[in-house]
Design a protein around this ligand. Structure first.
Ligand SMILES: *[C@@H]1O[C@H](CO)[C@@H](O)[C@H](O)[C@H]1NC(C)=O
Ligand SMILES: *[C@@H]1O[C@H](CO)[C@@H](O)[C@H](O)[C@H]1NC(C)=O
Ligand SMILES: *[C@@H]1O[C@H](CO)[C@@H](O)[C@H](O)[C@H]1NC(C)=O
Ligand SMILES: *[C@@H]1O[C@H](CO)[C@@H](O)[C@H](O)[C@H]1NC(C)=O
Length: 347
């Protein structure tokens, strides 16, 4: 039925000029919505020639993959704006002044440099929830981003620093992608992010775990940095953390305080490609532990089970220990009691 209405509304101008029609009641309905969206176009500005504003999605504007080098004019009723895969080099302060209803703004895969983004370019977008700026050429996070953001993607840029002002007041931010940048310092920039559940800062230049990590995180991705130690009790504050990835860092035994990773709730812990010589104690509720390519010399069963009996055993399913300094012969025979559900142990 929906398809029929869409087809009929496409034929409307033609149908309109003809004699009375048995489907007039149907035209009456679609005619109204056709002219409503036309009116909306005229009131807030027309759809620019280089973009598509389909009548079936009157609040969306598609300008992706068209070789644009500058921002198009944006009718004021548009909520979802697709500008990815172009060669846009600048977002001046004036570019988005009319577009105050925007909810999604997709600007990924362009050629934006920080100097070419107006200090107030995004400031009026009070309803903006998704801002995609990944795969550009930014050296800092744009100023005055709206506090309404929920999903902010800045990965694959050249960002070196994240300051507290950059992410201030973003109470509703849930997803933050900063991976594949050159971040050395985050200061306390994460402190306001009460709703953040996914933080990806892998592939940067961090030498330590960022301060003030939000306590509702579910996923924390820090791999491929140069972190050599973690703060005492840094996981205690989290109640919902399930995935920690810290592969490809410089972690040593000395840098990991006792029981750091023995916290319940964790599902996956990836510490592969570090410099550990011992297996750190983990909670018996952990399911996947990646320790390959470290310098582990001993299989310490006590890291998984401090006692073993009928009710107390590890729920570990995956254990990767390949690329260390132990061999299958180093695994004590009692392990089958402790690691009784492990289906995938690689040594
Ligand atoms: C904003 O809207 C005004 C009035 O409709 C129009 O003159 C102006 O060109 C628009 N600016 C942009 C950047 O779209
Ligand atoms: C990024 O900027 C640098 C100079 O700042 C330039 O050499 C390079 O071509 C730019 N890359 C892209 C993808 O625009
Ligand atoms: C966060 O979301 C709530 C509920 O949707 C909304 O009422 C509130 O204004 C939002 N906060 C900001 C800073 O936009
Ligand atoms: C983990 O901590 C609990 C109590 O918090 C303790 O009973 C258990 O022995 C510890 N596990 C290991 C492997 O040290």
């Amino acid at each position: 039925m929906r398809l029929v209405i869409v087809l009929l509304s496409a034929l409307l101008p033609l149908a309109h000029s003809q004699a009375p029609d048995p489907f007039a009641w149907l035209f009456g309905w679609s005619q109204r919505s056709y002219f409503d969206s036309l009116r909306a176009d005229i009131k807030g500005g027309a759809c620019p020639e280089e973009c598509d504003c389909p009548h079936s999605f009157p609040v969306s504007m598609y300008c992706d993959g068209r070789g644009l080098t500058a921002m198009p004019a944006i009718p004021s009723h548009i909520k979802y704006l697709y500008l990815q895969n172009n060669a846009i080099t600048a977002v001046p302060d004036s570019a988005l002044t009319n577009a105050t209803d925007l909810v999604w703004l997709m600007l990924h895969y362009n050629q934006l440099r920080s100097e070419a983004i107006g200090k107030k370019a995004f400031v009026k977008l009070a309803s903006l929830e998704r801002l995609y700026l990944q795969h550009n050429n930014l050296s800092s996070i744009p100023s005055n981003l709206p506090h309404s953001l929920r999903d902010l993607r800045l990965n694959h840029n050249k960002i070196e620093k994240v300051t507290p002002a950059d992410l201030e007041g973003m109470d509703n931010l849930t997803i933050l992608y900063l991976h594949d940048n050159a971040v050395t310092d985050m200061s306390t920039s994460l402190k306001d992010l009460k709703s953040l559940t996914l933080l990806d800062i892998s592939n940067n230049k961090l030498t330590k775990v960022p301060e003030a990590l939000p306590e509702h995180l579910h996923q924390l991705y820090l791999e491929s940095n140069t972190i050599s130690s973690v703060p005492e009790d840094f996981l205690r504050r989290f109640t919902q953390l399930q995935y920690i990835r810290m592969a490809h860092n410089q972690l040593t035994d000395k840098g990991i305080p006792p029981n750091t990773f023995n916290v319940t709730g964790l599902v996956e812990l990836d510490l592969s490609f570090n410099k550990l010589e011992r297996i750190p104690p983990v909670s018996n509720t952990l399911q996947h532990l990646y320790l390959q390519a470290n310098q582990i010399k001993e299989f310490t069963l006590g890291s998984f089970c401090s006692i073993v009996d009928v009710t107390s055993f590890s729920t570990l399913r995956t254990l990767r220990l390949d690329g260390n300094e132990i061999s299958p012969a180093d695994i004590p025979s009692e392990s089958s009691l402790c690691l009784r559900v492990a289906s995938n142990i690689e040594v």
